[in-house]
Design a protein around this ligand. Structure first.
Ligand code: UD1
Length: 427
């Protein structure tokens, strides 16, 4: 297995291009299943999960062609076309490797009137049930059965009737699945307490470009009036606000100065506020956002929350940043129950972190010492990279495949701003 090796202590300085957002790509790709016309997505990140989703679409009868695959290109253009669906089954083998596969449930149900999708099961950061995905679809008229580890959903008469669902807990994935199911319903579907993440706005904008009728985009109530058919479209995937935030933390911990090219401040206000609270200079530039730090980070108090709150996907990276801070930082994780798996690994590098239930206290130390560490999930992996960039000596990050799921050409981007980082291929 590949390893990433970092010799820490280099100040990051320069421009980092921000890729298309993984989480937006993973909900835009299944939109191709909603129409027999081509959907062209631009600025798709080059990531293992995006490739995996392409394969899933192929299994369902949707063709995919990719342009812009020269190695020097960031971002690719994919055209996906589901002229006819040849299958409505997302099998265990694919769903188990990529949780986001569950996002074909809504579109398949909308287009074909039925869908059979393997239950994703547990994952490293908690149980992650899909009950809300199913309840929302039921509220719109789907009949749902669970058997042999699969969800089978059927729209009686071939089309969902419409209805109203109020989410008891804000769920990004369930909002996405329900919105994609709703666009071809016979009647109107209303989603209350819907997630408002920028990736959901991106999804809704793409659906509208395909001919969907959606009101309330960006608010907690989405009203979707079903249409008889959708058409093809060309759509550009938004910039990855989590990737941008991750590199911002790397800049702060190395007391660097970077421009996150392509990042949009309006989509990551909570992250930028937290960077400012830590003492960073954050300013808009013509091409993106500049983040600079002249000193050690000041302590922060952060609690994760649905958008527009502080993203759970940024918690591990800020925690890494806080390990070299000037005092005690306090973190509260409210979204996932098992999202401190980076803590024991960070401890191997000399961090002082105490976890009690959902809270973690990070006391800043004067130095980190590089060590062999193991990545456990995507954002946890990034926290180890961030710590490694500032640690003395060499940090070896193992299980790099987690990073490849979510960071397009990480080592190349970091090398370009001065980091001493390389990938050692297992060969
Ligand atoms: C998405 C993101 C992930 C991010 C998360 C929260 C993608 C591919 N992934 O994950 O990176 O960390 O949003 O911002 O976009 N829940 C239920 N029942 C359900 C669904 C969710 O109880 O049916 C709970 C979850 O266990 C969790 C909370 O709701 O506690 C939020 O999860 P959700 O927003 O659904 O996360 P994902 O869509 O899986």
């Amino acid at each position: 297995m590949d390893q990433i090796v970092i010799r820490g202590g280099q100040r990051l300085k320069g421009r980092i291009p921000i890729s298309g957002a993984k989480n937006a790509a993973l909900t835009l790709l299944p939109c191709a299943l909603l129409t027999d016309e081509p959907l062209t997505l631009r600025n798709l990140p080059r990531l293992a999960d995006v490739d995996g989703f392409g394969h899933l679409l192929n299994q369902l009868g949707c063709s995919t062609t990719i342009e812009g695959s020269r190695p020097e290109d960031f971002g690719r253009v994919m055209t996906a076309r589901a002229t006819t669906l040849t299958s409505t089954v997302a099998p265990y083998d694919i769903v188990r490797k990529m949780r986001a596969s569950i996002l074909v449930l809504g579109p398949l149900l909308a287009r074909a009137g039925e869908a059979t999708v393997s239950l994703p099961g547990g994952c490293a950061i908690g149980n992650r049930p899909i009950d809300l995905h199913l309840k929302a679809l039921e509220a719109f008229g789907a009949e749902i059965e669970l058997a042999s580890g699969y969800v089978k959903a059927v729209a009686p008469g071939g089309r969902l009737a419409g209805g109203k669902f109020t989410f008891p807990v804000v769920s990004v994935g369930a909002t996405e699945n329900a919105a994609m199911a709703a666009v071809l319903a016979k009647g109107t579907c209303v989603l209350e307490n819907a997630a408002r993440e920028p990736e959901i706005v991106d999804l809704c904008n793409c659906l509208v470009a395909m001919g969907a009728h959606i009101e309330g985009i960006g608010t907690e109530t989405l009203t979707i009036e079903g249409v008889d058919r959708l058409h093809g479209a060309t759509y550009r995937v938004m910039a990855d606000r989590i990737e941008a935030g991750s590199y911002a933390c790397a800049a702060v911990i190395t007391e660097g100065d970077v421009e996150l090219v392509g990042a949009k401040a309006s989509e990551m206000e909570a992250t930028l506020a937290a960077l400012r609270a830590a003492g960073a200079t954050v300013e808009d530039t013509k091409g993106g956002i500049r983040v600079a730090m002249a000193d050690r980070a000041q302590p922060v108090t952060l609690s994760t929350a649905p958008y527009p709150g502080f993203a759970t996907d940024m918690q591990a990276q800020f925690m890494a940043m806080a390990t070299l801070g000037t005092g005690a930082s306090l973190f509260t994780e409210t979204i996932f129950e098992n999202r401190y798996m980076h803590v024991p690994e960070l401890a191997r590098m000399g961090c002082d972190i105490q976890v009690k239930g959902r809270t973690a206290v990070v006391r800043g130390v004067d130095k980190l010492i590089g060590a062999p560490v193991m990545a456990t999930d995507l954002r946890a992996s990034m926290s180890l990279i961030i710590a490694g960039l500032a640690a003395q000596g060499t940090t070896e990050v193992n299980r790099v495949y987690h990073l490849d799921r979510g960071y397009e050409r990480l080592e190349e981007k970091l090398q370009a701003v001065g980091a001493d980082i390389e990938r050692i291929s297992a060969g």
